[in-house]
Write a protein that binds this ligand. Structure first.
Ligand code: PLP
Length: 424
């Protein structure tokens, strides 16, 4: 079947009339290549079909929630069984206790758990709990890090007030000196430090955490009586079967989880150590759907597969194969790629591509050949991405490199992206 996007374009047009700007948040495709599909009809395993019937090997995994494969049957069966009994009820089911016990058993620093829906709920609850516990105001956050779309952290501040983030102070990720300086500047008023397990900013190379930085964050929090918050929403359980900083020997006080913990079912969590229990007990946080039992049943089953299965080794192996294959292909076609971060959560950018025109052209060519890549956001692999899928994807990307090479001299940049990235 030849690739087409007529139905997608029609839906985009209809959406513009009834949805502000046609779409919002990370599902707006305003910064994606023009031909990228926005609407999808189904997903299974590592595959995704758009509304025009085009099939893709999907390297976005729903921006993170898909860990075991779309429609992973053991999780869907557990969810369906709970759904048949009851989902949102007048009170939670037994599953909330089992799920809290499960997470406390898996994440080394955790002594308790609370559940919500989105990652933003969990990160926001973390900072509120840290402030309640310490009775201080300042939250230290890394410049450029994404922690959600609430007024204290949204990357697009329209409609928010300077006051919403008046007590958020920025440091540089992996730079312990900048963290120490922030503590010094706000001596006695720092409630917490929030950090992601590694640096995964859009449009930029990823960076792994330096042990010295993670250790310094822990020591500074201890010395100043602040809480260390690890934002595991994107990376959680994709790097390790427990806390992402366990390998570094650093235990946070609070951690926020979401995205993949129920393999696509809507649930997120705030976990905390016993020393951070007081703040969590003081705050009022809730939501109509936060106690629904179906996503909890899905999470319990997903976590069982995280503990007992081979998803981690498989995603790493598939990610490495993809990375090696792309590196060779790029070199053979005269390009240099910057592939950064963990292989199972890769960021892929082109060297010598300041306005990303090469990257945009390459992902568009790959997309039309059945491989859904992202030009500026980190990608994700799931357990369902077998080495056979990687081989199919690599055949498409090879052709995509060849196609870009052919029209290299006539490529135009994405107008908005080029403007955004232009040096000011
Ligand atoms: C590190 C991190 N924190 C928080 C969030 C917010 O999660 P959600 O979009 O589920 O609210 C995200 C979402 O991408 C994230 O990557």
């Amino acid at each position: 079947m030849t690739w087409s996007n007529a139905k997608n374009k029609e839906l985009q047009e209809r959406a513009r009339k009834v949805i502000p700007r046609g779409m919002y948040g990370h599902e707006s495709t305003i910064l994606l290549p023009d031909e990228y599909p926005q609407f999808f009809s189904r997903a299974r395993g590592a595959r995704l079909w758009d509304v025009d019937g085009n099939e893709y090997i999907d390297f976005m995994c729903a921006y993170g929630p898909n860990l075991m494969g779309y429609g992973f049957e053991p999780v869907e069966a557990a969810a369906a069984a709970q759904q048949a009994l009851g989902d949102a009820m007048t009170g939670p089911s037994e599953a909330i206790v089992v799920l809290a016990e499960t997470l406390v058993g898996m994440v080394d620093h955790a002594g308790w758990a609370m559940f919500c829906k989105n990652g933003t709920d969990a990160t926001t609850m973390a900072i509120v709990a840290a402030r309640a516990q310490t009775r201080r105001r300042k939250i230290l956050a890394a410049t450029g890090a994404y922690h959600g779309a609430a007024p204290w952290c949204t990357p697009r501040p329209a409609g928010t007030l300077p006051e919403d983030r008046a007590h958020v102070v920025y440091y540089q990720y992996n730079d312990a000196d900048s963290l120490e300086a922030a503590f010094k500047a706000h001596e006695g008023d720092v409630a917490g430090v929030i950090a992601t397990p590694f640096l995964h900013e859009t449009f930029k190379d990823e960076a792994l955490p330096e042990r010295a930085f993670a250790t310094a964050a822990r020591e500074l929090c201890d010395r100043h009586g602040a809480l260390l918050i690890l934002d595991e929403v994107r990376a959680g359980f994709r790097l390790a079967r427990g806390s992402s900083w366990s390998d570094l020997g650093v235990r946070p006080d609070l951690s926020a989880w979401g995205k993949c913990i129920a393999n696509g079912h809507p649930i997120s969590a705030l976990l905390g150590s016993d020393t951070a229990r007081k703040g969590a007990e003081a705050i009022f946080v809730t939501g109509s759907f936060w106690f629904a039992a179906t996503p909890m049943a899905a999470a319990i089953e997903t976590l069982r597969h995280i503990r007992e299965g081979d998803y981690l080794e498989r995603t790493v192996a598939a990610g490495r194969r993809l990375r090696e294959g792309l590196q060779q292909q790029a070199a053979a076609h005269g390009f240099t790629l910057r592939q950064t971060g963990p292989a199972q959560m890769p960021q892929i950018l082109f060297e010598d591509d300041p306005d990303l025109r090469l990257g945009y052209a390459w992902v568009t060519e790959a997309m039309k050949r059945g491989v859904y890549l992202h030009p500026y956001h980190n990608m994700f692999l799931s357990r369902a991405h077998g080495l056979d899928d990687i081989a199919i994807a690599l055949a498409a990307t090879d052709d995509a490199f060849a196609a870009v090479k052919k029209r290299r001299d006539v490529l135009a940049p994405h107008p908005i992206v080029a403007q955004m990235l232009a040096p000011h």
